[in-house]
Each structure stands twice: as C-alpha cells, then as structure tokens.
Ligand binder design. Structure first.
Ligand SMILES: [Zn+2]
Length: 205
C-alpha cells in the first residue's frame, strides 16, 4: 500500500493545488463529453493515452470491454450506458479493446477458466468475437490470431452496444455516435473501426 499512500501524498502536495479551481468547478457537477468503455486491464490508462482531464470521460470497465446485448436484462454496464446517454447526454461512446487482452485469451483457452465459474459465464458474452474475427495481420506475428479475435470482439460489442435502448434512440435522433477502437500496448497506437470499409484504420494518420 505504500506506493499508493506516497502517490496520494504527491497528489495532495503537487497535483491538486494548481488545479484547485478546476476541482472546485467539478465538486458538485459533471458534464463529460464521452463515455469510454474499456477493459479492466491495468495497462490501459485512458487519461494518459488521450490527454483527458478529470470531468472529461465517463468510464465503465470490465474484463473484455463487454456490453451485454440490450435484451439480456439489467447489469451495471447497461445502467452506466443509460445514465451517460439519458442524463449526462454524452455525444460519443467509445468502446476500446486492446492488444494482449486476457479475456479473449481465456475465450480461446477455456481450460484456463476451470476454477473461475463467474468469469466463464461472463466470457460467454465474447462469443460474438469469433463471428466478427478480423483477418490476421502477418506483421503481428505470433500475436496475429489473438489480435484478430480482439478486433472481432470490438465489433461484436459495438453491435451489442447499439441494442441498448438508450443508444438506439439517441443514435436514431442523431444525438449520439458510437466508435470502436483497438489500442495496441506495444506501439501505443489506436485504431478505429471504419464501419463503411469494415476494417480498422489508424486513429491518427
Ligand atoms: Zn483486456
């Protein structure tokens, strides 16, 4: 715990004071512009890779950046999406998968989930990744198959996202756009799924 306590000391002494006015504005309200849905993986630090500040991103995370389909009942992801769209009126939802995702590795190797019944049930939601698996990229070498499946999962979860009632409504009214991203940990690059071309393209060219 020492690292966390030292980190918080640093925040209180060096980070917070120059931002006091910003935090004052945020103390009793928020108006984030984006809902960011990503994996629980420790290597994804949204504010670091996107240059965003407190108050910018409304975030929900889980193993595999999964969005259960809208018809599958209530869950924390659905509630977060509904709140973001209907109350916070975010204009964009970004669903971001990432390289070397343990959730998709586990989907390929069910044996690794032998003693994890809850994770096994949760990962039933990534089955759509196999349907939407992208062509492997040879340059990705031994990681190509997994990366292709992870990209497929982004597409599958994007389709699920569109079935959420609030998303369906707001997108139909032109109030909301949804985006599918793939973040590569090794290079730091983000790719965006182009629904017209049906492929992932660099976010920054
Ligand atoms: Zn992951």
């Amino acid at each position: 715990m020492d690292k966390l306590i030292e980190g918080h000391k640093h925040f209180l002494s060096d980070v917070f004071p120059p931002r006091r006015e910003q935090y004052k504005l945020l103390a009793d309200r928020q108006s984030p512009r984006w809902l960011f849905i990503t994996c629980a993986d420790s290597r994804i630090v949204p504010d670091l890779i996107l240059g965003t500040d407190p108050g910018d991103l409304f975030i929900t995370r889980n193993a595999g950046n999964i969005v259960p389909a809208g018809s599958e009942g209530d869950d924390g992801v659905a509630a977060t999406i509904e709140y973001a769209v209907e109350v916070l009126h975010v204009r964009h939802i970004i669903l971001c998968g990432h390289s070397d995702c343990g959730a998709l590795k586990a989907a390929l190797d069910h044996k690794s989930l032998k003693n994890l019944p809850r994770a096994r049930r949760w990962l039933n939601h990534v089955e759509g990744a196999f349907t939407h698996k992208q062509p492997p990229i040879p340059a990705e070498g031994e990681h190509a198959e997994l990366a292709a499946l992870i990209r497929g999962n982004v597409i599958a979860q994007l389709l699920n996202l569109r079935t959420q009632p609030s998303v369906t409504r707001a997108a139909a009214n032109g109030e909301l756009q949804v985006h599918g991203w793939y973040y590569d940990i090794l290079s730091g690059n983000i790719e965006q799924y182009d629904e017209q071309q049906r492929k992932f393209l660099p976010l920054v060219s």
